[in-house]
Write a protein that binds this ligand. Structure first.
Ligand SMILES: *[C@@H]1O[C@H](CO)[C@@H](O)[C@H](O)[C@H]1NC(C)=O
Ligand SMILES: *[C@@H]1O[C@H](CO)[C@@H](O)[C@H](O)[C@H]1NC(C)=O
Ligand SMILES: *[C@@H]1O[C@H](CO)[C@@H](O)[C@H](O)[C@H]1NC(C)=O
Ligand SMILES: *[C@@H]1O[C@H](CO)[C@@H](O)[C@H](O)[C@H]1NC(C)=O
Length: 191
């Protein structure tokens, strides 16, 4: 009885080891972003799935990118989106002459975020994930500044700017998930 139980256990153990071996070599030779991984990224808790799928299915090239290229794509996409947001806001009725208003704070932090883009790409290329993560987080904070401060107290409420600020934050969410889950920076955060 005991012996057969042990045999079963060792069979299970060797299957687990085989699985680990196969999956680790699979990971080594298949760095492309798969549909399953996009599902994993986009169905994470607190992720706006429809937004995420929209971004990651935007072009067929996505499937040909590796993780690093995917982050590059997202950083570039996010920067373009921030740039358009600032342009739109400057054109919109959200304008205020008060230089201390949230309007000015937002435009300033977003312009600052844009100026960080080249550094982000440099950190990514150098695999300097801690500094990259800091910059991505800083952009997220910038979006939160615009959401949380008092855009909602402006009249009229610049709804477009609020919505786009949420989207800017959500870009950072997606980048951080890829960084944590697939490039294994701060892997323990990826649950
Ligand atoms: C998710 O993002 C989409 C834009 O892609 C937006 O229309 C929708 O309101 C968002 N969902 C939630 C729950 O915020
Ligand atoms: C903006 O804020 C600064 C410091 O808080 C203050 O010195 C300045 O007078 C303010 N400017 C206006 C136009 O309210
Ligand atoms: C990366 O971050 C560390 C710690 O904050 C800092 O000391 C270092 O200068 C940064 N690296 C670069 C290239 O900026
Ligand atoms: C971004 O995600 C948050 C939830 O984390 C959601 O409330 C918001 O509506 C989303 N916005 C967009 C445009 O995806």
């Amino acid at each position: 009885m005991v012996a057969s139980f042990d045999r079963k256990k060792s069979l299970v153990l060797s299957m687990v080891l085989l699985f680990l071996f196969v999956s680790s070599s699979y990971a080594k030779f298949s760095m492309m972003v798969t549909k399953t991984e996009i599902n994993t990224i986009c169905t994470k808790q607190d992720m706006n799935s429809s937004f995420c799928f929209e971004i990651l299915k935007a072009t067929p090239e996505i499937a040909r990118l590796d993780y690093s290229d995917l982050i590059k794509y997202l950083i570039t996409y996010q920067a373009r989106y921030i740039s358009n947001t600032v342009k739109l806001f400057k054109l919109s009725g959200g304008y205020s002459k008060d230089i201390n208003s949230t309007y000015h704070v937002c435009v300033e932090v977003y312009e600052d975020a844009l100026s960080g883009r080249d550094n982000s790409l440099r950190y990514l290329a150098a695999k300097d994930y801690p500094n990259l993560s800091t910059l991505v987080g800083a952009t997220m904070d910038d979006a939160f500044t615009c959401i949380d401060e008092d855009l909602s107290t402006m009249k009229p409420i610049p709804q477009l700017f609020m919505t786009r600020s949420y989207a800017i934050k959500n870009f950072s969410d997606i980048i951080l998930v890829v960084l944590q889950c697939f490039l294994k920076y701060d892997y323990y955060l990826c649950s």
